[in-house]
Ligand binder design. Structure first.
Ligand code: 3PG
Ligand code: CO
Length: 551
């Protein structure tokens, strides 16, 4: 787009007091308000009261085409949500770009494909990634598109290293996906294609923001070295057995690493010199670490034991600044003119804070997948280390610490814009634990109260919103009736994934003129419309390349 610098707002002048943007991660406004909506169940007086202010509360779309996903059946997620919130634009996202590249065949003509093709006849091609059709990090149909393309282009040996999901899709669905993949691989013609290793996404390979490198190390051992505490002769058997956990059931997200062996007890697919390795996740956050392990000669996050010389590609380039990986199958979305860059260019001081699990969301994703600062002198980013436990065991997470950091930043007088992200409704929501999620939502509500009191005392302006739904529905439901689903044993079927719900947006603050209200002619607005809105609160006009402001 044509990007002009920020210009002053015509009627809403800049104030001396700061502007707060607060993101409640995974806090949807669901039409179903029953006992399985954790936000509804939780005591949330602060966010409830926001709804009662005429013209200053509304919802916006946070899923599907409104955030650049292939279809309106796609739930939103933090990557696309924060991209939209930070950039003010609806960008064709990775999921869609890969779909297009597979449909028109361009994926097989690009450099990344040519590069791995060199290994097709003499070596093995490995695909590593999240095995589901969640559409947040990856999709099984895209994996198969590349597997079949490799076989067609002469690959003789293909190995898939699969991470079980249960987080963007229902727990237990890993069995179905594994069964399907085994069948589909067996049917690939002229090629020996098999599953070689795997494990649960929260325990093996897919760590993010360096929260816990041992997760990636376990994956390296299983995928590359062929070493894991559990070996099986079939992946289906592996998944079924490991889910049983020897009497203590384990969910898909947390399955231990496993390796598939042949009849002689030898791993069927270790990764060797000359092999090609492709990560089939399109989303970056949870594959950046494993990409570093494959790509960097110089690497000290853990002892790799053996470092094979592979032809390594990502589905996309996951970090444009680090140029990581150097080679990729499909070019990533190009995001220009994000608010962070424009604000830095306009000399605005910014503070951003979250805990580890969402830190890159409110910085890297917010800034259009750019790591680091636009202007170090104007920006301060604070990461509060997350706990390393399943978050239903510690549902308070770091909400209090984030609140303290946010209050301090507001009071310091050093920052014109302060943005914080609360991870709880999303991270605890993903565990499927209703009670813990309810507690998390109530705590976050009380944190919002503190932040708003602080900004009001300073005469500032604020905007509270979310990136997508999650805590607003904790059960799977019948499509037409919304009745909670139960299994044969009569047990509730938990919903661990995000929802399609729109998200709330509220504005206010002692420094916001009384006549500032949401306009009424944007009923279909989405997350991208929020960017212009907070730029207005900061005293700037909405830039032409962004979606219109809500006010
Ligand atoms: C995850 O990576 O934890 C989930 O797949 C998506 O959650 P997020 O989009 O809220 O990060
Ligand atoms: Co989430």
């Amino acid at each position: 787009p044509d990007i002009a610098p920020l210009a002053p707002h015509a009627s809403l002048p800049k104030s001396e007091a700061p502007v707060l943007v607060c993101i409640l991660d995974g806090w949807g406004e669901n039409v179903v308000k029953d006992e399985y909506n954790a936000i509804n169940v939780a005591d949330t007086p602060t966010t409830d009261a926001l709804k009662d202010v005429p013209g200053r509360w509304r919802t916006v779309r946070a899923h599907g085409t409104a955030v650049g996903l292939p279809s309106d059946a796609d739930m939103g997620n933090s990557e696309v949500g924060h991209n939209a919130l930070g950039s003010g634009q609806v960008i064709d996202q990775g999921a869609r770009l890969v779909d297009i590249a597979l449909e028109d065949g361009s994926a097989f003509k690009l450099d990344g494909w040519k590069y791995i093709s060199e290994s097709f006849t003499e070596h093995t091609v490995h695909f590593i990634g999240l095995l589901s059709d969640g559409g947040v990090h990856s999709r099984i149909d895209q994996l198969l598109g590349f597997v079949r393309g490799a076989a067609r282009d002469g690959a003789k040996r293909i190995r898939v290293h699969m991470l079980t999901d249960g987080r963007d899709v229902p727990d237990g669905s890993s069995v179905k996906y594994t069964e399907e993949l085994e069948k589909d691989l067996a049917a690939v013609e002229g090629c020996d294609a098999k599953i070689a290793s795997g494990g649960g996404r929260m325990y093996v390979t897919m760590d993010r923001y360096e929260a816990d490198w041992s997760i990636v190390e376990r994956g390296w051992h299983a995928h590359v070295l062929g070493e894991a505490p559990h070996t099986f002769t079939s992946a289906l058997e592996a998944v079924k057995t490991l889910r049983e956990g020897g009497g203590k059931p384990v969910s898909d997200q947390w399955l231990p690493p496993f390796v598939i062996i042949d009849d002689a007890g030898k791993p069927v697919g270790t990764i060797e010199d000359g092999d090609a390795v492709a990560i089939f996740n399109f989303r970056s956050d949870r594959v950046i670490e494993i990409s570093k392990a494959f790509e960097y000669e110089d690497f000290s996050a853990f002892d790799r034991k053996r470092f094979p010389k592979t032809r390594f590609v990502g589905m996309m380039q996951y970090d444009g600044d680090l140029k990581l990986p150097a080679r990729f199958l499909v070019p990533p979305p190009a995001i220009h003119g994000v608010s962070g860059k424009l604000l830095a260019d306009a000399g605005v001081t910014t503070f951003a804070c979250s805990e580890t699990q969402k830190f890159g969301h409110v910085t890297f994703f917010w800034n259009g997948n750019v790591s680091g600062y636009f202007n170090e002198e104007l920006e301060t980013y604070v990461e509060i280390p997350s706990d390393k436990v399943p978050f239903n065991e510690a549902p308070d997470m770091k909400a209090r610490e984030i609140t303290e950091a946010g209050k301090e930043a507001l009071r310091s007088g050093k920052f014109q814009m302060v943005r914080v992200n609360y991870a709880n409704p999303d991270m605890v929501g993903h565990t499927g634990d209703l009670k813990a999620t309810t507690r998390a939502c109530a705590l976050v509500d009380s944190c919002v109260k503190e932040l708003l009191a602080t900004i009001d005392s300073l005469g500032g302006r604020w905007l509270v919103t979310a990136d997508h739904g999650n805590a607003d529905d904790m059960v799977q439901r019948a499509k037409k009736t919304n009745e909670p689903l139960k299994n044969e044993k009569g047990e509730l079927q938990l919903l661990t994934s995000h929802t399609l719900a729109p998200v709330p947006v509220a504005i206010g603050g002692a420094g916001l003129p009384a006549d500032i209200k949401f306009r009424e002619d944007l009923p279909n607005a989405g997350l991208a419309n929020i960017t212009g809105t907070y730029l207005n609160l900061l005293g700037f006009a909405t830039p032409a390349h962004m979606e219109p402001s809500l006010i």
